[in-house]
Design a binder for this molecule. Structure first.
Ligand SMILES: Cc1cc2nc3c(=O)[nH]c(=O)nc-3n(C[C@H](O)[C@H](O)[C@H](O)COP(=O)(O)OP(=O)(O)OC[C@H]3O[C@@H](n4cnc5c(N)ncnc54)[C@H](O)[C@@H]3O)c2cc1C
Length: 433
């Protein structure tokens, strides 16, 4: 079959590799000049690494198996890392059982309630009732006020910014489920992973595999219109041309789906703006010395303008980053927030106010560069009853499919979930028959 895939992010490329390996002729259309979408890479001057921080958890079995299947198993690396909390101008490590029990901000009862929440959350299988409850209410009920304020709230802020207030409990349930097996069974150390060379290694490799099977990838090409062809199949319009495909799979965000797709193909269940997205501004600080010993620090301090710290170089060897330390400082905001459009220099100034408060000892000489990266559509906001807002594809047209992260109704958005959704999609569809 001749298949068009819209979007050359992780979803589009995993689909393209699987379908082309199976013998289909695939054409991928990617709007940006380079592949990878949100998982893409960035040239930081003396090295190339992911544009945003990405980590692989031991529980990401679908992703790990995919990486092994395409022949890159020997490029996976694992390392023990630490988790930190920043509260009342102090850093705390809660990276093993003893530190967890010692974590001063939580009293004994708080800790018991935290352990109960983790155990209870990890055992829930039916998420439906959780999407009717706000995450804040659910956590307050199970964990109590102390644990909520001192531990869960900073974590929610780090992941979602202030938008956590509108999110359903499905978010934290999916998070607990995914995270639970990140630690080894003795709860001594977190093992986290990455691919040598970052995600660029995977994307370069996938591009070679896809194109060696006779399929093709167009980068720097925005699809403008998708419509049903009168005699069957689908038209895809780009750069003033029209190409006919037997089937088309759309993987870009839902607002683009609404913009470029003919009304007969998709039926958005409710109004145009029903699915809201989170965006992120992420400062990438390149320094001569490490800022923190942790892979991740959750911040519970309103004076700090970013919502977390990701010490990438505590996971990734310094040989990957020309000997420099790389720290990501994300700030999650609604995709409609005007801050996302603020010039880089103003954002740098804002973020440096927080850096000076947290690291007064950091000297100008220690800083090599500070890059501002941003993305407007990171993940749909999983508000109450999110499953009822997900766009429904009109099944009257058997040749058009939508597979994007807006359809993840009971998952956090990550590349393991992407690979799993692609696998489930291929199993349900007739592509592999
Ligand atoms: C800050 C941050 C941290 C993250 N951390 C992790 C992590 O630690 N672990 C993890 O597993 N995941 C992480 N993720 C999530 C991961 O990046 C996503 O799961 C993944 O990128 C989703 O891929 P996708 O292909 O579905 O969507 P996207 O990456 O959004 O891909 C969609 C593609 O469609 C293209 N497109 C849009 N419009 C058009 C058009 N008209 N024509 C052609 N192409 C078009 C876009 O350019 C884009 O490349 C993180 C993401 C961010 C932003």
């Amino acid at each position: 079959m001749n298949i068009g895939i819209i979007g050359g992010g992780m979803t589009g490329l995993v689909l393209a590799q699987r379908l082309s390996e199976y013998g289909h002729v695939v054409t991928v259309f990617e709007n940006n000049k380079q592949l990878g979408g949100l998982t893409t890479y960035h040239d930081y001057g003396s090295f190339v690494w992911d544009r945003f921080y990405h980590v692989i958890l031991p529980s990401d079995t679908h992703l790990i198996n995919f990486i092994r299947d395409v022949g890159l198993g020997n490029k996976l690396r694992w390392r023990g890392t630490l988790t930190g909390f920043y509260e009342q101008k102090k850093f705390y490590s809660i990276s093993n059982a003893i530190e967890f029990l010692r974590f001063p901000p939580l009293n004994f009862i708080d800790k018991i309630r935290l352990a109960i929440t983790l155990l209870y959350g990890s055992r829930i299988n039916n998420w439906r009732s959780l999407e009717k409850i706000l995450v804040e209410d659910w956590l307050l009920k199970i964990s109590g006020k102390g644990t909520y304020e001192k531990l869960w709230k900073p974590l929610l802020l780090a992941k979602l910014g202030d938008n956590y207030k509108r999110i359903s409990a499905v978010f934290i349930w999916a998070y607990i489920k995914r995270l639970f097996s990140a630690r080894d069974s003795s709860l001594k150390k977190e093992q986290l992973g990455y691919v040598v060379g970052g995600y660029k290694t995977l994307f370069d490799h996938l591009e070679k595999l896809i194109c060696s099977n006779g399929s093709q990838i167009h980068t720097g090409v925005a699809v403008k219109h998708i419509a049903p062809h009168p005699t069957g199949g689908i038209w895809v319009e780009f750069q003033g041309k029209k190409e006919h495909f037997d089937k088309v799979i759309f993987t870009a965000p839902v607002n683009i789906l609404q913009e470029v797709t003919a009304n007969e193909l998709v039926n958005i269940s409710s109004d145009r703006n029903s699915v809201e997205y989170l965006g992120v501004i992420c400062m990438v600080l390149i320094t001569r010395k490490a800022l923190v010993p942790y892979y991740v620090v959750n911040i519970a301090d309103k004076n700090i303008p970013f919502t977390g710290i990701i010490g990438m170089s505590n996971l990734v060897g310094l040989e990957e980053t020309a000997g420099y330390h790389v720290t990501f400082l994300p700030k999650y905001i609604l995709s409609s927030d005007p801050l996302l459009k603020q010039p880089d220099d103003e954002l740098r100034q804002l973020f440096f106010q927080g850096i000076r408060l947290m690291f007064p000892e950091l000297k100008a000489d220690d800083i090599v560069a500070a890059h501002i990266n941003r993305a407007t559509k990171v993940q749909p906001l999983q508000v109450l009853n999110y499953s009822t807002l997900v766009p429904k594809v009109n099944t009257e047209n058997d040749d058009f499919f939508v597979l994007n992260t807006s359809q993840f109704i009971n998952d956090s958005v990550n590349n393991n979930a992407v690979v799993r959704h692609v696998e489930e999609f291929l199993q349900k569809s007739a592509f592999l028959n």
